[in-house]
Design a protein around this ligand. Structure first.
Ligand code: GLY
Length: 309
């Protein structure tokens, strides 16, 4: 039962610890989600989010993020290259502008005006990984702009696009969500994925529920995965049915490649009569884990359902 925080991947405890402390103290779901994102973004050992994120094909780290509590309460930034906390900048966009999304130089100028401190996002590990990737003969033999060339081994592939998506439900039964990512490792410079796009990487509607995705952004963007999951719940689906059906849409409409993976976390709203349909997660393939923190503590678990085991 609420309050609870549900996060993608096994690095979720980094997010869930500060997030759940805020929820236990009676704080707001949106503050919990932002605190969780900041903790992951500032952890240089997590190489798919924030400081330490793996760079693009030119060796530059660029970050994307968004935050949402309702259709009229959302903010987003993309292609952030000098600031570690895109979710916090996205929150300022939501709270201080009439806009939803700022990108690139304009977003960075906005962040500067808002008092965020610029910093170098790269780490020795990320630079070494980029050097290794560039030295890979497959990288050299393919034209740079023809697309992403995945890391060589399966473990690295799984780590190369693991967005942190956080959903929370607070004691007052308010939902919130955030996404934060450095995007696909070694992406074509300028590429933006699903994570900062409202309705793709994240969607929250206090009446219908919340959903957030992780994995290959291009698959999520083609099917509006998070919006679809929330709309399915609005039509009566349980969180698990919504998670399964939104991922099934990807399976039905894409030719999945060996490196393709998408997972989703889904959270139902507490209804005015006090009933609650709970939460779920699902993944197209094995390998994904979520992290849940509720009245039973924090657990890293495999998804509720894997569609193509
Ligand atoms: N899901 C993160 C990305 O594709 O950028």
């Amino acid at each position: 039962m609420p309050p609870l925080v549900l996060t993608t991947w096994s690095f979720g405890p980094v997010a869930n610890e500060p997030a759940s402390a805020i929820l236990r103290a009676g704080g707001a779901a949106i503050d919990a989600c932002e605190a969780g994102a900041i903790a992951v973004e500032n952890d240089p050992s997590i190489n798919s989010v924030g400081v330490g994120g793996l760079p693009d094909a030119d060796g530059h780290v660029s970050l994307d993020g968004c935050i949402m509590t309702d259709p009229d309460q959302c903010g987003s930034v993309a292609f952030i290259r000098r600031f570690a906390n895109p979710v916090s900048i996205a929150r300022r966009v939501m709270e201080k502008t009439i806009h939803v999304m700022l990108v690139g130089e304009g977003a960075e100028q906005f962040a500067l005006r808002e008092g965020f401190t610029p910093r170098d996002l790269s780490t020795p590990y990320a630079r070494a990984e980029w050097d290794k990737w560039r030295a890979d003969p497959r990288t050299l033999e393919r034209a740079r702009y023809r697309g992403w060339i995945p890391p060589l081994n399966v473990e690295e592939r799984a780590r190369s696009h693991d967005t942190v998506s956080i959903l929370a439900l607070d004691k007052r039964h308010r939902l919130a969500g955030v996404c934060s990512t450095s995007g696909m490792a070694f992406k074509v410079p300028g590429r933006v994925g699903d994570s900062p796009i409202i309705g793709h990487g994240l969607y929250v509607d206090q009446e219908a529920g919340a959903a957030a995705a992780t994995g290959n952004g291009e698959l999520v963007m083609g099917t509006c995965t998070s919006f679809l999951a929330v709309e399915l719940m609005r039509s009566g689906a349980t969180p698990l049915q919504a998670a399964e059906q939104s991922l099934q849409r990807i399976i039905d409409r894409f030719e999945l490649l060996p490196d393709h993976q998408v997972a989703i976390i889904v959270l139902a709203p507490v209804k005015p009569d006090g009933s609650w349909a709970g939460w779920a997660s699902a993944a197209i393939k094995p390998g994904f884990h979520h992290t849940i923190t509720d009245d039973r503590g924090t657990r890293i678990e495999p998804p509720t359902h894997v569609l193509a085991p």
